[in-house]
Design a protein around this ligand. Structure first.
Ligand code: ACO
Length: 378
């Protein structure tokens, strides 16, 4: 038996698993780029639809390409009756991420081209999911509020239409802009857990719907996308800005993970946070409401205490969670909103994986009992 102990990278920390041309974090400048463009510039100057196009096709669309892309996305938004009825039958006790995961699985079962992994087929499936996921999320949120679904409006952009389908109206452009910034920031982040999950599934030459269904499952966890919901539950639990420090001390003493803080890649602050925090600050200022100010004060106090006590900085979920709450979305819909955005990154990676596929299959260092004889059954 070999005595060499292999080097183990728990959680694959520090492991470079493959190359990608889609996005990167530049450690020296702590910045994130999509296809070479800084994400803060994309968030400031481009729509989410343009960012989706960029992630999929590698370049920003020209005006004609954008018009065509938008027209195709808008035409695909409605759900057919079978899907609507199926989703309506799911228990309201299940998490909206379960609804979304079931919806994507069902879209796959309905699609006669499910097993066609060609570039053209996968692009068509990706656009179909981008268009339909907000319709699923909005209808599910309304159902839980005892309201009928509102059909998509093809005259509205991606972000505006989501507000329309959820609330029956489109808010002030500042609010829509803040939401759109969050979508751009959430769209892509290299080999994060859910994207890597999608790549693992794709590497077996399984289909796109299976990869996205698995990615939704990975994103749901509170150490990943589920953190934006956990942030809001935590802020509501603390309640009073005056309690932030003592609450944090008790939570850290009991080894609790503070949601919305820390990151595997960023150890000195998440590059996306300043942009999202600015957008959140504008939402708070615009509200001019004492209750909103109180929540923002608590948010800032906890952040200050965490950075001072532990030197651990917030990640994107920290400002995004409060921003979605202030926009009026129910907490269980925060992670599904993340899906509505990250579907672009996931599907870009699925396509990329297929261009130079290698089965993803790491090794494990065995730590169980030595080989032994099976006892004779009595
Ligand atoms: N609260 C308390 N302590 C923390 C936190 C946190 N949020 N994050 C890191 N730490 C501590 C750990 O306890 C550990 O301390 P130790 O060395 O004394 O044991 C040290 O910092 C290193 O943390 P790890 O968990 O080993 O770092 P890792 O890179 O594996 O974890 C993770 C990253 C999972 C995101 C972690 O920071 C965490 O659990 N954060 C809270 C959940 C969260 O916000 N997730 C969202 C991630 S971003 C996204 O998905 C968009």
């Amino acid at each position: 038996m070999s005595t060499t102990v292999p080097e183990i990278h728990r959680g694959l920390a520090g492991v470079v698993a493959d190359t990608t041309e889609i996005s990167t974090v530049i450690q020296e400048t702590n910045s994130l780029t999509y296809r070479g463009y800084p994400v803060q510039d994309l968030a400031a100057r481009r729509s989410f639809e343009e960012v989706a196009y960029l992630l999929w096709y590698g370049e920003l669309p020209d005006p004609r390409q954008l018009t065509d892309f938008q027209a195709r996305e808008r035409a695909l938004r409605p759900l057919d009756r079978t899907t609507s009825e199926l989703l309506h039958r799911l228990p309201e006790t299940c998490h909206p991420m379960d609804v979304l995961r079931t919806a994507v699985s069902f879209f796959g079962a309905e699609d006669p081209t499910e097993d066609d992994g060609s570039l053209a087929a996968n692009r068509a499936k990706s656009l179909n999911l981008l268009a339909k996921l907000p319709t699923v999320v909005a209808a599910d949120q309304r159902r839980r509020r005892g309201l009928d679904p509102i059909p998509p409006n093809p005259d509205l952009g991606y972000a505006e239409n989501f507000f329309h389908m959820t609330f029956g109206s489109v808010p002030d452009p500042d609010v829509v802009r803040c939401f759109e910034i969050s979508l751009t920031l959430y769209a892509e982040h290299s080999f994060n857990a859910s994207t890597f999950t999608a790549r693992v599934v794709t590497s077996t030459l399984s289909d796109l719907y299976s990869a996205v269904t698995a990615a939704i499952g990975a994103l749901k966890g509170p150490l990943h996308g589920g953190a934006n919901e956990a942030v809001m539950h935590m802020l509501l639990e603390i309640g009073d800005p005056q309690r932030a420090e003592t609450w944090l001390d008790e939570a850290l003493a009991s080894k609790r993970k503070i949601m919305g803080f820390g990151h595997r890649v960023y150890k000195h602050g998440d590059s996306r946070v300043p942009i999202m925090q600015d957008a959140l600050d504008r939402l708070v200022a615009r509200a001019a409401d004492p209750e909103v100010t109180r929540q923002a004060t608590l948010h800032a106090a906890l952040r200050h205490a965490m950075v001072t006590r532990k030197g651990i900085h917030p990640n994107l979920d920290y400002p995004a969670g409060l921003a979605y709450h202030l926009m009026g979305f129910d907490i269980p819909v925060f992670t599904p909103i993340f899906v509505m955005s990250r579907i672009t990154g996931w599907t870009a990676h699925i396509t990329e994986q297929l261009t130079h596929n290698a089965l993803i299959r790491p090794l494990a260092s065995y730590a169980g009992p030595d080989q032994r004889a099976v006892p004779v059954a009595r």
